[in-house]
Design a protein around this ligand. Structure first.
Ligand SMILES: [Zn+2]
Length: 457
C-alpha cells in the first residue's frame, strides 16, 4: 500500500525509524528512568528500514513551492546581502533543516497567528473533566511563552470554536496510534475524522495551525512513550473547507515527571510541537539531549522553562538582520552581545564555516523564558543545515567539559548546563581557524566578544 506522503515529525524517532510497520519508538528527553527505557528500545530497533519521510519530501515539494512560498516562515523582512554568507542552507533530502530562510509550507512565525484548538476523546478513552480543562493545561502559558520568546513579534491567538470534547467515531485503539503500528495511515484517518466532527462549527480557512489536544487517558503515559507529534508543511494532508490541514500538532498524555512542576512547566510540549509547525527541527537525538541540553525547547521540553537558541529566533524572524552580526572575514572583529532574553541590541554573531555550517555565538542569562540558567555567559554552538531533524543539526560546545554541570533542576541535561564561556575564556577550533574570546562585560551586563579567523577568508 502506498504511504501517504506526509512530512511527519515523529517525536522520539529519527527519520530512518519511520516506516510501515516499524515501531514508533519511545519518549524524548524523558525523565531519567524512562530515558534508559528508550535507549534500550533504540538499540533493539537497529537500522529498521524505510525511507517514507525522505521520499515524501521530494515527491511533494515541487508543487508546494509554487503554492505556498509566500505564506511560510517569518513575514518577509528583506534580508540584506551582508548576511548572505551566514544564511546557510541545507540540501535536497534534508527533511527539516536549520537553513535560513525556512522552506515553504510551514506556518508563518511572526505577526498574528491564529491557532485552532480541538479537544478530542474516544469511546474507549472518554474525556475526564471538561474539554476546557484540557485546554487550560496549555493556555495561557503557551501564548505567554511565544510572546516572551519572540519579544512580542509572534501574536499567538488560541481559538476554541468547539468548547467540548469532539468524540471520534472509532475507539482510540482502532486508529493504531501506538507502538508497533503503522504510523501515517492511522493519523490520516484520525485527521479525517476530526475534520468531519469539527467541520459544522469550524472554518478551517481561518487558522494558521491546528492543535489537537487528545484526552490524556488515551494511549500510554508520556513517561513511557511520548506520542505527541506534529505534521508540518504537509500539503498532502486531508482537506477541510478547501485547505489542507497542513500544520497540525497532536498532544497526548501529560508530560508530568512527578516533580510537582506540571502546572508550571507541563504545557511546554505544545510550544515544542508548534516549533515544528514553524519549521524548527528536533535538536535532541536518539541519545537524548546531549547535543544541545536545555538551551532550546526543541532539545528539551520537560523540566524548567527554557527558551530557543538565537539561531532559531533569527530563523523565525523574532530577531532581525540588524541584530545579527555576520563574521565571514579573516582577522579579528569585535561584537557587543546583549542578553538573548532581553529586547533590543545584537543577539547573535554567526561565523560561517561553509555553505551549510557555522558557529553561532550568543549571550544566555537567567531571564525571560530561561529560568534554569545556572552559569550565564556566551554560548557557542555549531549549526549544520545539512543535518536533518533528530540527527543533531546543532551541537553546543561545553566550556567546562566533564564538570557535571551546575544545575540541580530535574530534567535539565546537567553536563551542558554550565556550557557558556565566561569572561576571559576562549573557544578555539584550530582546524577551522576560529577563535571566540569573551573579552569584556559592561555595567549593563552586555558582553564583548572577539572573533578571530585565520586561514582562508
Ligand atoms: Zn519534536
Amino acid at each position: 500500500m502506498q504511504q501517504p506522503p506526509w512530512k511527519g515529525i515523529a517525536e522520539g524517532r529519527s527519520a530512518e525509524d519511520t516506516g510501515s510497520g516499524t515501531t514508533p519508538e519511545g519518549p524524548r528527553r524523558a525523565p531519567a528512568g524512562a530515558r534508559r527505557h528508550r535507549l534500550l528500545r533504540a538499540a533493539a530497533l537497529g537500522s529498521a528500514a524505510a525511507v517514507v519521510l525522505a521520499v515524501t519530501a521530494s515527491a511533494s515539494t515541487g508543487r508546494l513551492l509554487a503554492d505556498t512560498a509566500s505564506a511560510s516562515g517569518p513575514v518577509s523582512q528583506g534580508r540584506s546581502g551582508a548576511h548572505g554568507p551566514c544564511m546557510i542552507s541545507g540540501e535536497l533530502g534534508v527533511q527539516m533543516s536549520e537553513g535560513i530562510p525556512t522552506g515553504p509550507g510551514y506556518a508563518r512565525s511572526t505577526g498574528t497567528v491564529r491557532a485552532l484548538n480541538l479537544m478530542v476523546d474516544f469511546s474507549d478513552a472518554p474525556g475526564e473533566g471538561s474539554a476546557l480543562d484540557r485546554l487550560g493545561e496549555f493556555f495561557p502559558q503557551t501564548t505567554d511563552w511565544f510572546r516572551t520568546s519572540s519579544y512580542g513579534r509572534l501574536d499567538y491567538r488560541p481559538e476554541v470554536p468547539v468548547p467540548d470534547w469532539l468524540r471520534m467515531p472509532k475507539p482510540f485503539k482502532e486508529y493504531g496510534i501506538e507502538r508497533g503500528a503503522p504510523f501515517d495511515p492511522g493519523y490520516r484517518e484520525l485527521v479525517e475524522d476530526i475534520v468531519a466532527a469539527a467541520d459544522p462549527d469550524v472554518d478551517f480557512r481561518a487558522y494558521d495551525l491546528v492543535n489537537v489536544l487528545i484526552t490524556p487517558n488515551a494511549g500510554p503515559s508520556a513517561l513511557d512513550t511520548v506520542l505527541s507529534v506534529t505534521f508540518a508543511g504537509n500539503h498532502e494532508a486531508p482537506v477541510a473547507d478547501g485547505v489542507p490541514v497542513a500544520n497540525a500538532s497532536f498532544v497526548y498524555s501529560r508530560q508530568d515527571d512527578g516533580s510537582g512542576s506540571y502546572d508550571r512547566t507541563g504545557y511546554r510540549v505544545l510550544p515544542h510541537e508548534n516549533g515544528h509547525v514553524f519549521g524548527l527541527p528536533d535538536l535532541y537525538t536518539r541519545d537524548g539531549g546531549g547535543a544541545v541540553g536545555h538551551w532550546d525547547i526543541m532539545s528539551e521540553d520537560w523540566g524548567a522553562n527554557n527558551d530557543l537558541l538565537g539561531w532559531h529566533k533569527w530563523k523565525l524572524g523574532w530577531i532581525d538582520d540588524a541584530q545579527v552580526d555576520c563574521a565571514p572575514a579573516r582577522g579579528t572583529t569585535e561584537h557587543l552581545l546583549t542578553p538573548l532574553a532581553t529586547r533590543g541590541g545584537t543577539k547573535l554573531v554567526f561565523v560561517p564555516t561553509g555553505a551549510r555550517t557555522g558557529y553561532a555565538v550568543e549571550l544566555r542569562t537567567r531571564a525571560g523564558n530561561d529560568e534554569a540558567v545556572c552559569r550565564a555567559g556566551v554560548l557557542v554552538y555549531r549549526v549544520d543545515a545539512g543535518v536533518d531533524t533528530g540527527q543533531g543539526p546543532v551541537t553546543v560546545t561545553d566550556a567546562t567539559r566533564d564538570s557535571g554541570g551546575c544545575t540541580r533542576s530535574p530534567n535539565v541535561h546537567a553536563e551542558l548546563s554550565d556550557a557558556p564561556f565566561a569572561l576571559g575564556e576562549t573557544f578555539v577550533d584550530r582546524g577551522r581557524g576560529v577563535r571566540i574570546k569573551v573579552a569584556g562585560v559592561d555595567l549593563d551586563g552586555n558582553y564583548r566578544v572577539h572573533i578571530t579567523r585565520a586561514g582562508k577568508a
